[in-house]
Design a protein around this ligand. Structure first.
Ligand SMILES: [Zn+2]
Ligand SMILES: [Zn+2]
Length: 154
């Protein structure tokens, strides 16, 4: 039966002797100084920076009992070099301002100049009230910028 065959083949673990592993492997607790996992790097507020890829592998818990085999398990971690990492880029004030301006442009109706809490349809280019007269919920836009004329019309 073909089904059985595939299942059996899948169970065969393609184990490689540790000496043949493409990257050096370290057991948990025996990682040399200067190497950390991606997650640890992130917790330190760093981004991979000059790391082109993992330089070593953090073996999974299970492989501690099988030191002669390379770890090919999904729970293994990839180790990066701390000295190549760079601080995570924090958006500057100007970038933040530009982002906010872009948001404002997408949320503001071109006709009545009201700014909504959501992005308006690009196709319409205005709010639905200006488009076909459907009254908009007053809680959906910033009240301060609402022209009085529009309120009376609605
Ligand atoms: Zn393993
Ligand atoms: Zn409008």
């Amino acid at each position: 039966m073909p089904r059985r065959r595939t299942r059996r083949r899948r169970r065969e673990v393609r184990r490689v002797p540790r000496s043949d592993a493409t990257l050096p492997e370290f057991d948990r607790g025996a990682v040399p100084e200067g190497l950390v996992t991606r997650r640890q790097l992130r917790d330190m507020g760093l981004s991979p920076g000059g790391n082109d890829g993992p330089v070593a592998i953090l073996r999974c818990k299970w492989c501690g009992y099988r030191p002669q085999w390379a770890c090919i398990h999904p729970t293994r971690g990839y180790l990066l070099r701390v000295d190549l990492a760079v601080p995570k880029r924090v958006p500057t004030l100007a970038q933040e301002w530009a982002l906010d301006a872009a948001m404002a442009a997408r949320q503001t109706c071109g006709d009545c100049k009201r700014r909504f809490y959501f992005c308006l349809s690009k196709k319409l280019g205005c709010c639905i009230e200006c488009f076909d007269g459907t009254p908009v919920d007053p809680s959906s836009y910033f009240a301060s910028s609402a022209p009085a004329a529009h309120r009376l019309a609605a």
